[in-house]
Design a protein around this ligand. Structure first.
Ligand code: TXA
Ligand code: MG
Length: 327
């Protein structure tokens, strides 16, 4: 299917990706159609190993050392695009840089090896919505737009890869994710610089304030639930929480549960309900979890300008996911 220009969703250790041949313009265009993703938002190219990655981007010593330390794994490196990379310009959105990742998941690895080329793969969800960590999430979100989904159960890590840009003299963290800032700091000798002004000048649209958004509103730092709210707990101090990311307070377990529980909380809350998310510490994977929770809770652009929608078609997918929210 991939060789014929099809879209095949596949598991990685972070989230399910929506894969297409990264060298095929038409196949890559279908990814943008299926997700409703803006074409200025570039995709990650997935490859089997660092050697294949070096065929697509210009690696310096820093990049080689990071690849040796963290690949295969949940780190995406943004590097200068090689002139002879052969990627569809849609993958890079016409930029002269490319985001590369070598996934560790054995099914992703087997697929990449069998395919024998780079796969462009964003998270396999409609743009702006919660990322899929199970095959069923992909079908719920994208349905017939996908030619096939390889079902290998729940993703082990559960939050997207960490994106690190090596385009400038200092490595910049564009998105916190499955490789912790602490692990990067230990490797780099100091914490990576933060992306500047992420909301107004996003280098990665996952940085946009409203992203990973369920239909319900999300209230952060909820130490208790108010009447009618669905309490998404973390740790042992959340008695009566409808769902708990990790009753024992384990951040790895919480990351693995995050998107599935956000979906379940969303279904319990309903489109105009509120999910009350308990505080999660800002260490380790907690940083990526807090990043996704705060984006899920950010006001949608339409809500910043107008009162909450009271459209007669409210409840229909179109009304719950108006274009203004799409990313
Ligand atoms: O864990 C992951 O990274 C998953 C799995 C499937 O690999 N993929 C994923 O892809 O999260 P996506 O498209 O949802 O997020 C990729 C992010 C986007 O925010 C995009 O803007 C950014 O990577 N990106 C891609 N190319 C870039 C570039 N050249 N410069 C800066 N950001 C880039
Ligand atoms: Mg995504």
């Amino acid at each position: 299917m991939l060789r014929a220009g099809g879209l095949v969703a596949f598991p990685t250790e972070t989230v399910y990706g929506l894969g297409a041949d990264a060298r095929d313009d038409r196949a890559v265009a279908r990814i943008f159609e299926a997700k409703g993703r803006p074409r200025f938002n570039p995709l990650i190219a997935h490859v089997t190993d660092p050697a294949a990655a070096e065929g697509l981007a210009v690696f310096d010593e820093r990049a080689r050392a990071l690849a040796a330390a963290f690949w295969p794994g949940a780190l995406t490196l943004v590097l200068p695009l090689r002139a002879d990379a052969g990627l569809s310009p849609l993958v890079t959105a016409g930029l002269d840089s490319v985001a590369l990742r070598v996934p560790a998941d054995p099914v992703a690895q087997a697929l990449l090896r069998a395919f024998g080329g780079p796969l462009a793969a964003p998270s396999a969800n409609p743009s702006g919505q919660v990322s899929p960590t199970r095959a069923g999430h992909v079908l719920q979100g994208l349905g017939p737009a996908v030619d096939a989904v390889i079902d290998s159960g729940a993703c082990a890590v559960g939050v997207e890869s960490t994106i690190l840009s090596l385009l400038g003299p200092t490595p910049r963290l564009l998105r916190p994710g499955g490789i912790t800032a602490e692990a990067l700091a230990a490797h780099l000798g100091k914490p990576p610089a933060e992306a500047e002004n992420p909301e107004n000048a996003p280098r990665a649209p996952g940085q946009l304030a409203s992203h990973y958004a369920p239909s319900a509103q999300v209230r952060l730092n909820a130490r208790t639930a108010r009447p009618g709210e669905v309490w998404l707990g973390f740790g042992p101090d959340c008695p009566g929480a409808a769902l708990n990311l990790s009753p024992k307070g384990d951040l790895v377990e919480a990351a693995a549960n995050l998107f599935e529980m956000l979906r379940r909380a969303d279904a319990l809350a309903g489109p105009r309900g509120v999910i009350a998310a308990a505080p999660v510490p800002m260490t380790g994977l907690g940083r990526a979890i807090n990043d996704r929770l705060s984006r899920a809770g950010a006001p949608r652009p339409a809500e910043r300008l107008t009162a909450p929608a009271t459209s007669p078609s409210e409840g229909s997918p179109a009304a719950r996911n108006p274009p203004a929210r799409s990313r």
